[in-house]
Design a binder for this molecule. Structure first.
Ligand code: AMP
Ligand code: GLY
Length: 423
């Protein structure tokens, strides 16, 4: 089979890596890919959001199956376009992708169908928004309605911070139209969990659990990012918690989709806060998480392309997970997430190729005249397996010592929340 993966990040390298292990694959393509996907797939120079060009390419090359990594092409209607042309694609329609494309849509959907989430209000006017938070109490969370690559959420501890966030989004329009409407919501505390399932209409299959690290700096300080590291499984999601997630969140969401007449086929990601009152949804994403996909796919056994095809066609599938832990540390460029630097040569990658129980997924990298350079904010994902979380963590951090590029930054505490909690 010919398979196309859409996207350029660490998640897409991990998807390509996993699919490349399938016996069914005759040829893999990745649009646009990076210096990592290049080794396993043919990189195609088409922008992931150029839907028409991608569909033309898929038709011309006779692509049998397409897997979409990021949200932007889905929100823009990639799946609709492919399906209209009879091309098989794993990813939800434009309408279903509103669950991620608009936080206002997602919050109202959850409210309507009883999916637990933080209490909230929606504002289109900065003056009214400021009036509202005056009596709301701190901390308060302010979120841009539209897509912002994980950078549209502000957790504010003072009124001043909250005013700044509102001004930034609604007055200075730092995210353009994405911030012209905002959700203001109650602050939730607890452990976070990423719960991702494959969903096809009424059928769903959970993938391994994971925990992301959203903040830039150690100790969960600094601004929100796309994610600075992740590990799987997430030990905070025990049997009871998982039962609650399925019953109160996933199954209620599925019921809502049915009632709204929305067919959903693709990955669905629930970003959760495990509060004292039970799991609550922070956000839905219509795709695999990045970096969560990296450790998660490292733990899925068997032919994942076959699994996806079977699931797509409506056949029953069950997944087998590697019981070991997998942990991923993101190496980012200086300046990320605001203004990442580009074009720095990367040293040490070859040394790690022979290392056991370790895999380095590329994100913002490019190959030029035989040498790998940085290109973008999140550059590499150093990922390791271990019999325990501690072992995976030590292996990943040992490997990082061998990698170097100017301005490289990463968190030193990936996995520590679970270890400190005694897991
Ligand atoms: P989101 O993109 O909505 O998942 O938000 C990004 C990150 O901001 C989350 O992973 C949390 O760390 C934090 N966050 C979002 N909403 C809340 C909330 N209501 N309470 C506490 N933290 C939140
Ligand atoms: N790592 C969080 C996300 O992919 O949205």
């Amino acid at each position: 089979m010919k398979v196309l993966v859409v996207g350029n990040g660490g998640r897409e390298h991990a998807i390509v890596w996993k699919l490349a292990q399938s016996k069914k694959v005759e040829k893999l393509y990745c649009a646009r890919g990076n210096a990592g996907t290049l080794k396993l797939a043919e990189n195609i120079d088409i922008d992931p959001t150029d839907i028409k060009a991608l569909a033309d390419f898929a038709q011309r090359e006779g692509i049998d199956f397409t897997v979409v990594g990021p949200e932007a092409p889905l929100v823009a209607g990639l799946a609709d376009e492919f399906e209209a042309r009879g091309l098989k694609v794993f990813g939800p329609s434009r309408r279903a992708s509103m669950l991620e494309g608009s936080k206002v849509f997602a919050k109202r959907f959850m409210q309507k169908y009883g999916v637990p989430t933080a209490n909230f209000e929606v504002f289109e006017d900065p003056v009214k928004a400021k009036r509202f938070i005056k009596d709301f109490g701190m901390p308060v969370v302010i979120k841009a309605d539209g897509l912002a690559s994980g950078k549209g959420v502000f957790v504010c501890h003072t009124l001043e911070e909250a005013h700044q966030a509102i001004d930034r989004l609604m007055v200075q329009k730092s995210l353009g139209e994405a911030g012209s409407r905002v959700v203001i919501e109650e602050f939730l505390s607890g452990e976070e969990a990423s719960y991702i399932v494959m969903l096809n209409g009424e059928e769903y299959v959970p993938l391994p659990t994971s925990q992301d690290h959203k903040r830039l700096l150690d100790g969960d300080k600094g601004p929100n990012t796309g994610g600075m590291g992740a590990y799987s499984p997430n030990p905070f999601v025990g049997e009871e918690v998982e039962k609650a997630i399925k019953e109160r969140i996933i199954e209620r969401l599925i019921k809502g989709l049915r009632e709204e007449g929305i067919h959903y086929r693709g990955f669905l990601y629930a970003g959760l806060m495990l509060t004292e009152e039970g799991p609550k949804v922070l956000e839905f994403n219509v795709r695999l998480g990045d970096p969560e996909a990296q450790p998660l796919l490292m733990r899925i056994r068997g032919d994942f392309l076959q699994t996806l095809l079977d699931f797509y066609e409506g056949r029953r599938v069950s997944l087998d997970f590697d019981p070991r832990c997998a942990l991923c540390v993101v190496l980012a460029s200086r300046g990320y997430p605001e203004k990442p630097e580009d074009g720095k040569p990367i040293e040490g990658l070859e040394v790690l190729e022979a290392e056991e129980n370790l895999v380095v997924f590329h994100a913002g990298t490019i190959l030029k005249e035989g040498k790998v350079y940085t290109k973008g904010g999140r550059v590499l994902n150093v990922c390791a397996w271990g019999e325990s979380l501690q072992e995976a963590r030590e292996r990943a951090y040992r490997a990082i010592e061998k990698i170097r590029f100017e301005g490289m930054q990463y968190r030193r505490d990936i996995g520590m929340r679970a270890l400190r909690a005694g897991f």
